[in-house]
Design a protein around this ligand. Structure first.
Ligand code: FMN
Length: 181
């Protein structure tokens, strides 16, 4: 798929098919994430792929209860990807503090989007998930409590007919300009 078509086709998927995702395809997505740029080349991420059905269900039950239960649609996803935000290199941390920028969040955003675009190219749907019980995710996957998990990605096959066809976006003249604000 050419890039403009890929970008147009990618939409958040919130209803997945009950079909397992091949490990080979997941590895291709992980390789796309691995190649992402990051501040000072810190690569401050670890992707934990949960594709074991029983564990994935346990993870979703834990992550999406109570105030997070609105994200229960993730239970239909055959794969959940947990992005652990690892420590950036010292220079990126210091630079980030000086500039007041959390570079590591930008880094995991870029790496995650590489993963997501690669998934779309392989016919797989995804949804970024930022609303979940972080503590419960850590306990379920034996991730030390001092680690930070900022984002999850739901992944799986989906019915293209069921995904809303329109991107709801601000007009171009609102989001971009040339040569002045
Ligand atoms: C940082 C971030 C966090 C998000 N968190 C959630 C979430 O917790 N639940 C959800 O259903 N969608 C979540 N989304 C998906 C957005 O709602 C979605 O990207 C946006 O509405 C645009 O729709 P589209 O992805 O179909 O183009 C998140 C997206 C981003 C980038």
């Amino acid at each position: 798929m050419d890039l403009p078509t890929l970008l147009k086709n990618r939409k958040s998927v919130r209803d997945f098919l009950d079909r397992p995702v091949e490990r080979e395809k997941i590895m291709i997505c992980l390789e796309a994430a691995r190649l992402a740029p990051s501040a000072c080349n810190s690569q401050p991420w670890k992707f934990i792929v949960v594709d074991d059905k029983q564990l994935k269900n346990k993870l979703c039950d834990a992550a999406f209860r109570g105030i997070y239960s609105i994200m229960s649609f993730c239970k239909t996803a055959p794969v959940m990807v947990v992005i652990v935000s690892e420590k950036s290199r010292f220079l990126a941390q210091i630079g980030g503090m000086f500039r007041g920028v959390k570079y590591y969040l930008i880094d995991i955003g870029i790496a995650g989007e590489h993963f997501i675009l690669q998934a779309e190219d392989l016919g797989l749907g995804t949804c970024w998930i930022g609303w979940f019980n972080e503590r419960a995710v850590k306990s379920t996957l034996n991730i030390p409590q001092h680690k930070k998990i900022d984002m999850l990605i739901a992944l799986g096959y989906y019915d293209k007919e069921k995904v809303c066809s329109e991107h709801v976006r601000e007009p171009m003249d609102k989001i971009a300009s040339f040569n002045s604000y």
